[in-house]
Design a binder for this molecule. Structure first.
Ligand code: ZN
Length: 469
């Protein structure tokens, strides 16, 4: 009797903590090992013991660098995992930046917790992991390219395909064998939109028995990308904009690079020459260097725009772009009262340098804030989107006189139509298990798939804890 199964351990009815345990005969493989992100109550679950022994794993296959997919790798290594971590070459480069940053945040969180514990007479607790744990995990990475079969052992092989979500993001095609039975499994990772900037469209057309598919936006579509470009053009071209500064809170990996790319591509139409553009985030600068290094992963349009030497071409197209590494360079921006476009993290204004810029500028009526990413409830970014008259930064209420624009079409995720299109391209109509989505998104997508593909077996991971293949 063959034994091929998947146990869904995370990102089941939520969009973080991606982690799936694959068993093939005596071998165990982990697909992703992500952090649970959100409220304090959610994040405390990261330190709960795993339901399996990390030392018993043969390997980990990582879909992409986002922390909700990669962020527990240093933890699992600390707990005894010493096999290979298969990841795309660009994912490895991004993980080196992102896991270090994550470790620093974990250490900072632990310091805050321990100050509170000390006041209660309680002993200190260690951080989830630290930079040394990240350094211990790095040698385990086994960087791979798209489309090349990797043989983990005689029973398991896989290859990566482009998911078009962030640089190096992968769809994983697995071929699993036990007792003469062969199963082909597709793990979608996070899927990008069709026709997004810089990256290629998600690949599809696979011949598979089963698909583990993300469903983040299973219940809706994003605003049209062309409309988004027109909205941005209107903001940068408006005469009133130039009377003050523009702040763009942006995620350091993905969104910041998309913005720079769109600026380079539309510089003339958007009249960007009259602005000074600042990328004010050391992490976004490092991530931009990784994006520029892996230009062979761009789509045809980005290759035509940035050419074979994208770093030089970017400088040529945007001579008014400045990278701010040091805090002094960042603070110097405060002396500019008009004509500056400031791209800074964090994306939801919960930390980083953007908070300082908001404090200096959001109370001025000449300032504009351009929101280009998702804003979770309870964040200052969300307060801006909701039109609140005040935002709270470091406990201080600050009046919002700035004009706030919410731009909806720059998502790194496929919307409902794109998810259906991706599945449509698989002629073998594999059975589907939906992961990485909230209940409403998954139920809507499930109903839509059943309607569009009669007889299709589609279910939510939350309904099948252990899936036998
Ligand atoms: Zn992602």
């Amino acid at each position: 009797m063959h034994k091929i199964s998947v146990k869904f351990l995370g990102a089941i009815k939520e969009v973080t903590g991606s982690c799936h345990l694959l068993t093939v005969g005596p071998h165990k493989i982990l697909l992703d090992c992500g952090l649970i992100q959100g409220s304090y109550k959610d994040e405390i679950r990261n330190s709960e013991p795993l339901s399996f022994d990390p030392a018993s794993l043969t390997a980990i296959v990582l879909s992409h660098a986002h922390l909700d997919h990669s962020g527990r790798l240093p933890l699992i290594t600390k707990q005894g995992f010493d096999g290979r971590i298969y990841a795309h070459t660009a994912t490895y480069d991004l993980c080196r930046i992102m896991l270090r940053d994550s470790a620093k945040l974990q250490q900072k969180d632990a310091e805050i917790t321990n100050r509170k514990r000390a006041r209660k007479g309680l002993p200190p607790v260690p951080p989830l992991y630290d930079v040394e744990d990240v350094e211990a995990a790095e040698p385990l990475f086994f960087p791979c390219e798209y489309h090349q079969w990797q043989t983990i052992n005689e029973q398991i092989r896989f290859r990566f395909h482009d998911a078009g979500h962030i640089l190096g993001s992968c769809i994983v095609e697995l071929e699993l064998q036990d007792h003469g039975v062969v199963r082909r499994l597709i793990f979608s990772g996070d899927l990008g939109p069709y026709q997004g900037p810089i990256l290629r469209d998600p690949e599809s057309g696979f011949d598979a028995d089963h698909v583990i598919m993300e469903s983040t936006y299973g219940d809706r579509d994003h605003r049209r990308f062309d409309d988004t470009l027109s909205e941005l053009e209107a903001i940068f071209n408006s005469e009133s904009s130039s009377r003050g500064n523009i702040i763009i809170p942006a995620f350091a990996v993905g969104r910041a690079q998309e913005l720079l790319y769109l600026f380079a591509k539309h510089r003339q139409r958007w009249h960007l020459d009259r602005w000074q553009i600042f990328l004010d985030s050391p992490m976004a600068i490092s991530a931009t260097e990784v994006y520029l290094k892996h230009h062979c992963l761009y789509d045809a349009e980005a290759r035509a725009t940035l050419g074979e030497r994208p770093a030089q071409k970017l400088k040529q197209l945007l001579p008014n772009l400045m990278f701010c590494e040091s805090p002094e360079e960042s603070m110097a921006i405060n002396r500019i009262h008009h004509g500056a476009i400031i791209i800074a993290g964090s994306g939801m204004c919960t930390g980083g340098r953007v908070k300082h810029h908001l404090k200096h500028l959001v109370w001025r009526d000449t300032t504009q804030v351009v929101i280009v990413g998702f804003q979770a409830h309870g964040t200052p970014g969300r307060a801006l989107v909701d039109g609140n008259h005040f935002i709270r930064l470091w406990g201080e209420a600050i009046k919002v006189r700035a004009k706030v624009h919410t731009i909806g079409g720059l998502s790194a995720h496929a919307g409902q139509t794109d998810l259906l299109r991706w599945y449509q391209q698989m002629p073998s109509r594999p059975a589907v298990t939906l992961v990485h989505g909230e209940e409403q998104a998954q139920e809507t997508l499930k109903a839509k798939m059943r309607e569009q593909f009669p007889g299709l077996s589609v279910r939510r991971a939350v309904d099948v804890e252990l899936l036998a293949l």
